[in-house]
Design a protein around this ligand. Structure first.
Ligand SMILES: C[S@@+](CC[C@H](N)C(=O)[O-])C[C@H]1O[C@@H](n2cnc3c(N)ncnc32)[C@H](O)[C@@H]1O
Length: 220
């Protein structure tokens, strides 16, 4: 479980960051990731930044597994092991000059960061409804105009699930609705519904672009 991004999703993320970087002439494209774990998603952003010689990736993570995740993750995070693995992965991949880890809680960091200072924010921290919705609301003001907020683990769009069932499991990480065999992260789906209504989604990766005061779907 060192890599938490499904293979098909990686390509959606890579294609999106590739397009965003190609369309910008600035070298100071700034990404912020909440939830890096061992660095798989980080390396998707960093690889493309390195390839196009532009962009910096800041990673906010406590590097302590959330309480609602499988025990195997909780055990792995003990004694700083996942943070060390993250550092090892970044060093061995040659991303140390592109990736800057910030070992802190997302709740603490958003107050310190400047509004409208990131071109892209990827949220993949705690998936419980309360924390994920807090992260969304706290980090949306940090996106620049025409920037993107996006995240992992939206397996089904809110309009395609039984929201009543999901609302009974809001703080759980991952559930199965036996009535229709859907497996998903209820906290993510319900918070997305509450904040945006709906979003662009492909292979479980979701994104929205800020244009002026509004949020618009992104063409994948
Ligand atoms: C699902 S994992 C991230 C997976 C990663 N994006 C990948 O590609 O493998 C969630 C991460 O969020 C971190 N996390 C959970 N709650 C957090 C919080 N409130 N602030 C910062 N990091 C948090 C955990 O330590 C964990 O590393």
């Amino acid at each position: 479980m060192a890599g938490q991004i499904l293979p098909a999703r990686k390509y959606v993320m890579r294609d999106m960051i590739r397009r965003e970087l190609m369309q910008t002439v600035r070298s100071d494209f700034t990404l912020l990731e909440i939830g890096s774990w061992a660095g798989l998603s980080t390396s998707i952003w960093a690889q493309e930044c390195q390839h196009q010689s532009k962009g910096t990736v800041f990673c906010i993570d406590t590097w302590e597994a959330s309480l609602n995740v499988p025990e195997i993750m909780q055990k792995a995070a003990k004694r700083n092991r996942i943070y060390k693995l993250f550092q090892h992965n970044m060093r061995c991949s040659g991303y140390e000059n592109i990736v800057f880890p910030i070992k802190a809680s997302s709740d603490v960091m958003h107050n310190i960061l400047k509004p409208q200072s990131f071109d892209l924010i990827f949220i993949d921290g705690d998936h419980a409804h309360t924390q994920f919705k807090k992260d969304l609301i706290n980090y949306m003001p940090l996106i620049k105009d025409k920037g993107i907020i996006c995240g992992d683990d939206l397996e089904h769009l809110p309009q395609d699930i039984d929201l009543g069932f999901a609302r009974n499991h809001l703080e759980e990480d991952y559930i199965e609705d036996a009535s229709n065999n859907q497996k998903y992260h209820p906290g993510i789906a319900v918070a997305i519904q509450e904040v945006f209504g709906s979003v662009s989604m492909k292979e479980g990766f979701w994104a929205m672009r800020k244009i002026g005061p509004e949020w618009h779907k992104v063409a994948f």
